[in-house]
Design a protein around this ligand. Structure first.
Ligand code: NAG
Ligand code: NAG
Length: 354
């Protein structure tokens, strides 16, 4: 990760990370397709994104198609010709105008039952579509809709590896017990209050739960998670992470956490974000020898006295620290002291060193 990227990342993290705004699907080599004159043969990828199309009447859909990307159009009905594309693996209707009735026919489209990736992100769905015919589904994205319940997911294939339901109205984690292969679960920006029913997700590597109403951490015994976000929730304690020793990135900013604890076992941690909490001391991380990024801004650290012991394990490893908006950041020797403690520091707050 370059320094500029890292800085931008940090600046955007508080907002983006909770929602994970990055596109989940991008065609590897998207060709620009003129909707009136499609001429490449044999065509396997159709990228017809951003045409503001109301229908696909002007577009040819050759049977060789493997991927179709219809992002950013004005579609609200499924074109039944798609149901005959037996080679189709990826289908994206991201950012269109589909409602529940509009997507319903897909539940009978056995001709494309080999589909591996289905994206309805950013439409007007109120319920999870029935995707039970897709027995090989790996990626399913219904984020940025108006879905109020995870009900219906129990019908989705056990093969699923990535599930995106962020930015909806979901109040309860449920119907995911059969996703034994799931690696990524995104539920940010919903109405969740409790971390539950995740016991069977033993292969889960990324769990994104930012912008919810969660009051306490419960990983349901999962130990393989590498990236966890609980930013912008209602946590007052960070207890409950002790056994999740695979963690590499942990995001806990914008909560009401009062003490750093239960972190000493997380020896693989590289990024720790505890900014915008109520922390008065840097504690329990002296044994973390991999830590590269420590984000501690907007807390209540009064002084830098004794800090070098608290950070002894990663003193030479750390490249980025955010401490601004703590009382200690006002002292005149703030930068000098930090540079002395961390010989390889590349960035302090928004200041990047050559
Ligand atoms: C799908 O293929 C079948 C068999 O070739 C054909 O009868 C049918 O009209 C096709 N449907 C569409 C919507 O193209
Ligand atoms: C969840 O795991 C338990 C214990 O391994 C198993 O008994 C149960 O059937 C699993 N649930 C589903 C829906 O796969």
């Amino acid at each position: 990760m370059t320094r500029t990227v890292k800085m931008r990342l940090k600046l955007l993290m508080g907002f983006l990370n909770a929602l994970r705004m990055e596109p989940t699907t991008t065609a590897n080599d998207p060709m620009i397709v003129d909707k009136n004159t499609i001429e490449s043969t044999p065509m396997t990828i159709l990228d017809a994104s951003s045409y503001q199309l109301h229908d696909l009447d002007s577009i040819e859909l050759p049977p060789t198609l493997i991927e179709i990307d219809l992002t950013a159009n004005r579609l609200n009905k499924l074109d039944s010709r798609i149901s005959n594309l037996s080679n189709l693996k990826k289908l994206s209707f991201r950012q269109n105008l589909f409602n529940d009735a509009g997507v319903e026919p897909i539940s009978h489209w056995t001709g494309i039952s080999g589909l591996e990736e289905l994206v309805f992100r950013d439409n007007q769905l109120k319920i999870i579509p029935d995707v039970s015919i897709f027995k090989n589904l790996l990626v399913f994205d219904v984020s940025f809709n108006e879905i109020s319940s995870m009900s219906g997911l129990s019908k989705a294939s056990t093969t699923l590896k990535e599930l995106y339901v962020s930015k909806n109205e979901v109040a309860k984690i449920e119907e995911i017990e059969h996703f034994h292969e799931l690696q990524i679960l995104e539920l940010g920006s919903n109405k969740l209050r409790v971390m539950e029913n995740m016991q069977n997700l033993t292969k889960l590597q990324e769990l994104w739960l930012g912008r919810n109403r969660i009051k306490s951490i419960n990983l349901c015994g999962l130990k393989c998670i590498k990236k966890l976000s609980l930013q912008s929730n209602r946590l007052t304690s960070m207890k409950g992470l002790e056994e999740c020793t695979s963690l590499v990135e942990l995001y806990l900013s914008h909560n009401g956490i009062t003490k750093m604890e239960g972190l000493s076992t997380l020896v693989n941690l590289k990024v720790l974000d505890v900014s915008s909490n109520k922390l008065a001391a840097i504690e329990d991380i002296e044994k973390l020898t991999c830590l590269e990024d420590l984000w501690f801004n907007d807390n209540q650290l009064a002084s830098l006295d004794g800090i070098s012991e608290a950070v002894s394990g990663f003193r030479e490893k750390l490249t980025t620290i955010y401490l601004e908006h703590n009382p200690c950041a006002k002292s005149s020797d703030y930068l000098t002291t930090l540079k002395q403690i961390f010989p390889n520091i590349e960035q302090i707050d928004s200041e990047v060193f050559a």
